[in-house]
Design a protein around this ligand. Structure first.
Ligand code: FNR
Length: 190
């Protein structure tokens, strides 16, 4: 089976710019010879993490997300920046997926997987402030995070009607990141 990338956004809202970016990345990964699955976290609502809830058994959507993650060898995440941090939705999702602790001795479900992180914002900084924080979180989960995260400023006017990026330089940066992910996966999953 060829290695696959699980793509999702750290925003659940209908008109999410980060979902648009994640969907574009999904198409670009496939165009560059990779395999990718886009999921909308709105379809997998999970409660705010609470060990009491966990003790009653993993919520059904957490189990579904765990099964999806297990079938993929990389994640590609597009997350908004909320007050300079990643969103509570993304943190909550990753926290649930990091459980149960010690599932695989010392490592967990994320071990050995690759990660790429990008951000889109209607603002001028594009959400770049949250990227090092998100990268650190992913690294703590024992994913190998690709360097050079991408941020998309003025994202409200960055997309064409067809969902591509108007700015060619930004489009080629996204392609370069997707290509690196596809290449790493091919190298490590021969
Ligand atoms: C924001 N937004 C925002 N934008 C930004 O560039 N830097 C920031 O620190 C913040 N902080 C922030 C906090 C909170 C609580 C909200 C709700 C929003 C704006 C944010 O980037 C904007 O709403 C995006 O459109 C959200 O991403 P999606 O939903 O379009 O993917």
């Amino acid at each position: 089976n060829p290695p696959k990338v699980l793509v999702f956004a750290g925003s659940a809202r209908e008109g999410s710019l980060n979902k648009q970016l994640a969907q574009l990345a999904t198409r670009r990964i496939e165009a560059l010879g990779g395999q990718a699955t886009f999921i909308d976290l709105k379809d997998y609502p999970c409660p705010l993490f609470d060990e009491d809830i966990e003790a009653q058994g993993m919520p059904e959507n957490v189990q579904k997300l765990r099964a999806l993650l297990a079938e993929h060898q990389a994640v590609f995440i597009a997350s908004p920046e909320y007050n300079g941090f990643i969103t509570p939705l993304l943190k909550n999702t990753l926290d649930w997926l990091s459980r149960p602790y010690g599932d695989t001795p010392g490592l967990g479900l994320f071990a050995g997987k690759w990660a790429a992180l990008v951000a889109a914002s209607p603002g001028g900084l594009g959400g770049i402030r949250a990227m090092p924080l998100g990268q650190q979180l992913l690294a703590n989960l024992s994913l190998t995070v690709l360097p050079q995260p991408l941020s998309l400023p003025q994202a409200g006017s960055a997309f064409t009607d067809g969902g591509t990026l108007k700015d060619e330089a930004t489009a080629s940066k996204l392609d370069a990141l997707c290509q690196r992910l596809v290449d790493r996966l091919a190298q490590t999953h021969r």
